[in-house]
Design a protein around this ligand. Sequence first.
Ligand code: FES
Length: 88
Amino acid sequence: MAFTVEFKKSGKTVEWEDRYDSILELAEDNGVEIDNDCRQGVCGTCAVKLISGQVDMEEDTGLDYVEDPEQMILTCTAVPKSDLVIDA
Ligand code: FES
């Protein structure tokens, strides 16, 4: 099932492909810059607001360092479970 991911700030909508390990990788491949550091879901640097949709995050302890964690996703571990709109 091909989900779409809309990077709202960047004005880009792209199709998710299973060859990507994370939304961060998808973003990088499409010229969308998201700050990152650990790339393992533990530092919180790559967090962006999830405007709509659902994701799976294998590791999300990095959300402990983020403001309003219930609205945020860690793009380095998140993969889409539906079409998404994110604030990046
Ligand atoms: S880069 Fe550290 S949590 Fe994503």
